[in-house]
Design a binder for this molecule. Structure first.
Ligand SMILES: [Zn+2]
Ligand SMILES: [Zn+2]
Length: 283
């Protein structure tokens, strides 16, 4: 069964999991490892308009993740590919390089930005002046390198999916592919634009690696009902989701945080650099 997440609904950002997915009754979440809660903030009840006020979600414990994970880093599939589509390669060149470096630090994978390929023009719908993300994913899947853990297309064009006015992107867990548009993230602040692009990638690729929305902590895997709400979410993974990624791709936590600290600092994201530095063991 195809499992599908999209980002973007009528009112703005939304990340919907296919309603055809079974929803087993979840056990209570495992307690985070002792001493790992420092700096993490648990979620209170959702405010009006927020994602969890609209969508009931069951969460996903570490144990549920391990038993249901469909895409894990392996010797056969170790590489994270970023595929610029059309003019996105030139327009977002620096952001794409940052996304590659961030993918390596965040996910502990070898990441590559592929040479740009033409946009799939047969996905264009003139009446909407948008591209059909589902069609693009289908064509990306045919090109996906054999050793791809993840293969994501990046476009400057607006995307839509059936029944939705627009989507920021769409991912396909089974085929390990996704397509994402940076068009609606435009802002005069280049640091904030990059922050949005990195958060989109971390969240959506988290889904491609089988991680569901977070309902436990402030976390990059929280669902968002608007760009505003998305902007309020942190860039980091909570202790539960961090443990899932650690199980999936295997990393040393301190080494990962050191790499992220240096990357955030170089990208001008000082609050994020400080937060990560605060998670490092005292010397
Ligand atoms: Zn999502
Ligand atoms: Zn989380």
């Amino acid at each position: 069964m195809k499992r599908l997440w999209t980002l973007g609904l009528l009112m703005g950002v939304s990340c919907g999991k296919s309603s055809s997915d079974p929803a087993p009754a979840p056990p209570p979440p495992a307690a985070p490892e002792p001493g790992r809660e420092d700096g993490f903030e648990k979620l209170g009840p959702p405010k009006a308009g927020e994602w969890l006020a609209h969508f009931k979600e069951d969460g996903q414990t570490f144990e549920q993740y391990v038993s249901g994970c469909a895409n894990r880093k392996s010797l056969e599939r170790p590489v994270f590919y970023i595929q610029p589509l059309g003019e996105a390669g030139a327009r977002y060149a620096k952001t794409l390089d940052l996304m590659r470096d961030y993918a390596e630090a965040f996910f502990n994978v070898k990441a590559k930005v592929c040479d740009p390929i033409p946009m799939f023009e047969n996905g264009y719908v003139p009446q909407r002046q948008q591209y059909n993300s589902t069609m693009i994913i289908g064509q990306l899947t045919e090109r996906a390198p054999k050793d791809a853990l993840v293969y994501i297309g990046i476009t400057e064009h607006d995307l839509f999916s059936r029944g939705l006015n627009f989507v920021f992107g769409e991912g396909n867990l089974r085929d390990r592919t996704g397509v994402y548009s940076l068009r609606r993230y435009a802002t005069p602040d280049p640091v904030h634009f990059n922050r949005r692009a990195l958060k989109l990638m971390a969240h959506e690729v988290g889904h491609i690696l089988s991680i569901h929305h977070c309902i436990y902590y402030k976390c990059v895997m929280q669902g968002a009902n608007s760009l505003d709400e998305d902007d309020r979410h942190p860039m980091h993974l909570c202790p539960i989701d961090l443990r899932k990624l650690e199980w999936n791709t295997g990393f040393d936590r301190a080494e990962r945080y050191r790499r992220l600290r240096d990357l955030y600092a170089a990208a001008g994201m000082s609050a994020e650099a400080d937060w990560v530095a605060g998670r490092l063991p005292a010397r």
